[in-house]
Design a protein around this ligand. Sequence first.
Ligand SMILES: [Zn+2]
Length: 163
Amino acid sequence: MMNHKPFDVIKAKCPEFYEWLKEISRYSEVEKFVLPDYKNGIRVYLYTHNYVYNIIVKLPTIKDKTCSYCNSTKTKKMDTGNTKERMIFCYNCGKGSESKWGYLGCTVLDRKPVAGEDWQRGRDLADGAYCYKTWKEIKNDIIAFELVKVAKPKEKQITPLVK
Ligand SMILES: [Zn+2]
């Protein structure tokens, strides 16, 4: 029997992340397609034939939600339209200040080393605040990373039939 305990942790701590993972798991069977790890923060691994994707979750903390002017936690995340800018609005003093508001990020590693190297090459994909917008960016990056280039179709050679 597979040990499903890490998924219990994920479902309890970040139920929305579990819902997001359903979107990319056939028949919503997350546990068949996602390998979880919660020992060093919450992270999951997704495998394709050539790559392994590592998604890291850092949930928003009280500090993320605290106004840097008055220390109030009566704040709201502002929609800046840009995940790199993470601003909160404070209902207490009316100012806006920067917040990390959690983190969601993805890296990709080759499943096997390049010949002559003993390490797997890796790259950073999308990251940002812990929110659905970042999740969508990560999904798009994964799809874009998996698609292969197609050969440029050669223009049909018109051979003149001159005899
Ligand atoms: Zn404030």
